[in-house]
Write a protein that binds this ligand. Sequence first.
Ligand code: LLP
Length: 413
Amino acid sequence: MSIKYINNELFVENISVSKLADKYGTPIYIYSRKILESNFNSYKKGFSDINSIICYAAKANSNQNIMRLLAKLGSGADIVSGGELYRSLLAGIKPNRIVYSGVGKTVEEIKYALKSDILMFNVESFEELQQINIIAKKLHKKARISFRVNPDVDPHTHKHITTGKHGSKFGIMYEDALELYITASKMSNIEIVGIDSHIGSQILEVIPYKLAAVKLSKLIDNLEKAKIFIKYIDIGGGLGVKYQKTDRPPTPEDLKKEVMSVYSKYKDKTIIVEPGRSIVANAGIMVGKILYRKITGNKKFIIVDIGMNDLIRPTLYDAYHNIIPVKKTTKKPTIVDIVGPICETGDFLAKDRRFPMLLQGELIAVECIGAYGSAMASQYNSRLRAQGIVVDGNKVTGIRKREELKDLIAKEI
Ligand code: LLP
């Protein structure tokens, strides 16, 4: 892989992380272009023998530089806001490769998407369907839609990122779907083109995708009996990545095989897949500096300059991110909490982790932060959001500047 130790020093591609930290400062998000490209290409390859569109889920990391690279590689986009539509178009993603999901699309956002002529809206409620129809009529357009159907399957992941089970706010109920499709088919400014389900995130097995496909396939057959013919089957995103040594994420090809064991009979349809995390997560590390160490009672703390405002996943989901020293050490690991500077008990990167008591000023790298790292960053505690760089062989490209103090109040009146 392109993020590895060479002579006990961590490198991203050909450049030493210590050098990058010296030059650009910490905390810093560092991405490997090679890994990004190879992750995208493994989707391309995995899905190459079927009609398919890979719609990168922009929410995972919507930096223009990263999205432009993916656009060049042929990616479409799965978006959930007008902001993501703006970013996708600006990055060069073609409108006819953009699908729009999300439970709360506003009038303005729907107008923007219709005017941009995106591929389809993944509709998540009856009222949203009505709204899209009304707006499309005003704009003298036909809105291409699919319904996001909740198939009620358990993807065996964290409860906050499970979306395809009964009781979730996402999608329409499987049992209501046929009737809703029939209603939509009678609407003047709606064109039904697809079906969609997204069952969750960080999914480490492909069986739940098949269970969802079996249900959706029954629905597709019933739709055809009702003379409703769709062109696109959107299988959502959600493929997991290796956060822990024991994680064994399936490959895009495994995913394709599993869903095609159900969908291969639909020769005329195009499969859409919406990966986010599995494209960008392992392409990024966050590098920080040890500010202080302390022992209180029987607890040892390492305090670093990475806060929950830079990486909120541990706080929000108890997510595990591997943390490694930037320079390998012979120091024995001990049990420590690695925490940030923010005034919240929840501001931690790791709890009770086996990690060497490195020295003040030494650097650590938090792995697998390319997805939902910078994308979920905030200025909480009036911290400046960190800079980001992409390493490509020997070359470094800045992709986001570190914020300055004046950015904190730029929009305040
Ligand atoms: N499609 C839809 C409709 C989605 O809602 C999502 C993610 C994706 C695709 C992409 O899923 P992925 O391939 O990235 O798993 N912040 C959380 C993850 C939230 C995911 C939300 N939806 C985290 O840090 O784990």
